[in-house]
Design a protein around this ligand. Structure first.
Ligand code: NDP
Length: 500
């Protein structure tokens, strides 16, 4: 819609004489079906909403750029990372995860941190979160996990029993649960939090050599968080707090920025490493693979229309460019399907033609045609191969080198080194005493709403991460600590039986 147009028009551009009074048979008579302007207006209003995202429904976004500050092109042939000073347009969408489209920004929830790079080799989407790990590591568990965190199907209320039942039956979640209930669980704003690619990805260079990488996007504004009391208050006073904060900062010219780092893990080093680098519930310690600076991400332009640019923004971990590929991480593998499929449902088969999603620096040239909302589609041949001058494949140079895979095809359970140690390390080594206190108090405040047997099972999970951690949660809940110790000595199966 052209905002500058002075005359009000219909959707088809015809001038509207009067937009206040419908056509009626006489001053007090019924409305006439021939008032097509009224019909158009009412019908369009009925269709204003599109399906909200099942997850990450509430979000805010802004335009900006990414600039390379350190040359890591020996590891990747990605053109947008080829030299220091190279600048690429970006669009970033931040979000909460569990709530609906109008939920409060200050919920205790992970935050989505999705970056679209409009590169000259197509759009690259880095669809991350503000936490380096995730609750589960196999996409098969994803719908169940989300169901357990959302509303009870009978009451339509959030349900602490569902929340803690699933998580305590899924001990690999303890690391992410510890981050979620720590001070970092409610960032002050989207500007004051880090982003992480979370999964391990593959980078490959022109020689066909590859490394594994993990992305860390660290806020230049400093990490700033809200206490539980502050967060609860803001949920009532200003549910759009983080959305407003981002918009206002950019409007005032206070452009938020982040320094982007990667951990580079040579394939040989990953083989016998103590952690499975494809297990997204674990971090790869900085002490083993230090952060290497890559660039700067700056947000400097607000959207002009929220719906067009933020609601319709569609990010897809499968939107990759030459030089960057997926890893065998089982959650990432599921996401490669899930996001594209979600957008096909939510926005339609030509969602990539919506301006915010268009590959503006590498126009789409292929033989995909037609379907709803087609904006062009090309007039040339619509088949390949052809000798009519249609677009031709670039050849193997842009593809990742082939790799060997072998094994017995089956539903293999993950065999982790240890699901508890990193959560324990976070409690023991990274947090200071006030942070530990806040963590325990935040967990107790939430877990006390769940059934007693779920309080026991969850406390055992924290106890296994760190005995003091589990003991303090149990004490806060008024549980018998000796019983927690007894349950912690059991196998997971015995524990589940004893707390079912
Ligand atoms: P390091 O000692 O090298 O770094 C600790 C990391 O913890 C820093 O990246 C810091 O982020 C982050 N951190 C500090 N407080 C919190 C919190 N309340 N919640 C989440 N993250 C926090 O760590 P290691 O690599 O040896 O890992 C030790 C533990 O630190 C891990 O088990 C993990 O729980 C946690 N951690 C590790 C990260 C990593 O990428 N290695 C990232 C985040 C957490 P910052 O520098 O931004 O302040």
């Amino acid at each position: 819609m052209n905002q500058k147009k002075e005359t009000l028009t219909t959707a088809f551009g015809a001038p509207v004489a009067d937009d206040q009074n419908s056509i009626t048979a006489g001053a007090d008579g019924p409305a006439l079906l021939q008032d097509v302007k009224l019909l158009e207006k009412l019908a369009h209003f009925n269709r204003e909403r599109i399906p909200e995202r099942v997850v990450h429904a509430k979000g805010a976004g802004a335009h900006g750029y990414f600039i390379v500050t350190n040359d890591l092109s020996r590891y990747t042939r990605a053109a947008f990372l080829s030299e220091v000073g190279k600048r690429t347009d970006t669009f970033v969408r931040f979000s909460t995860v569990g709530g609906g489209r109008d939920s409060a920004d200050t919920e205790r929830d992970p935050r989505g941190f999705a970056v679209k790079f409009y590169t000259e080799e197509g759009n690259y989407d880095l669809v991350g979160n503000n936490t380096p790990v995730f609750f589960i590591r196999d996409a098969m568990k994803f719908p169940d996990f989300i169901h357990s965190q959302k509303k009870n199907p009978a009451t339509n209320c959030k349900d602490p029993d569902m929340f803690w039942d699933f998580l305590s039956l899924t001990p690999e979640s303890v690391h992410q649960v510890t981050i979620l209930f720590s001070d970092r669980g409610v960032p002050f704003s989207y500007r004051h939090m880090n982003g992480y690619g979370s999964h391990t990805f593959k980078w490959y260079n022109e020689a066909g050599e590859f490394v594994w990488v993990k992305y860390h996007i660290k806020t230049d504004q400093g990490n700033r968080t809200l206490s539980e009391t502050e967060a609860v208050k803001l949920r009532g006073e200003d549910p759009d707090h983080a959305t407003r904060d981002l918009y206002r900062a950019i409007e005032k010219g206070e452009f938020p920025s982040w320094t982007v780092y990667v951990q580079v893990i040579p394939p040989g080093a990953a083989m016998d490493y103590k952690w499975n680098i494809f297990d997204v519930t674990k971090v790869v310690p900085h002490s083993d693979f230090p952060l290497q600076e890559l660039g700067k991400l700056v947000l400097n332009r607000n959207p002009e229309n929220y719906f067009a640019e933020v609601e319709q923004a569609a990010f897809n971990p499968g939107s990759l460019v030459p030089g960057i590929a997926a890893s065998p991480d089982k959650l990432l593998q599921g996401r490669l399907f899930g996001y594209h499929d979600a957008h096909l449902h939510r926005l339609g088969p030509n969602y990539h033609q919506i301006p915010i999603n268009q590959s503006r620096n590498s126009p789409e040239t292929n033989y995909q045609r037609d379907s709803y909302m087609q904006q062009g589609g090309g007039s040339g041949p619509n088949y390949w191969p052809n000798t009519m001058g249609g677009p031709a494949p670039a050849g193997p140079g842009v593809e990742e080198a082939g790799f060997d895979v072998s094994g017995h095809a089956a539903r293999h359970p993950f065999v982790p080194a240890d699901d508890y140690k990193q959560a324990g390390d976070l409690f023991r080594k990274v947090m200071d005493e006030p942070r530990r206190e806040a963590l325990v108090s935040n967990i107790v405040g939430h877990l006390k709403g769940a059934l007693g047997r779920l309080q026991l099972r969850s406390s055992v999970m924290f106890f296994k991460a760190d005995e003091e951690y589990g003991r303090r949660v149990a004490e806060g809940l008024g549980l018998n600590v000796a019983r927690i110790e007894e349950l912690a000595a059991m196998s997971h199966e015995e524990l589940v039986k004893a707390t079912s």
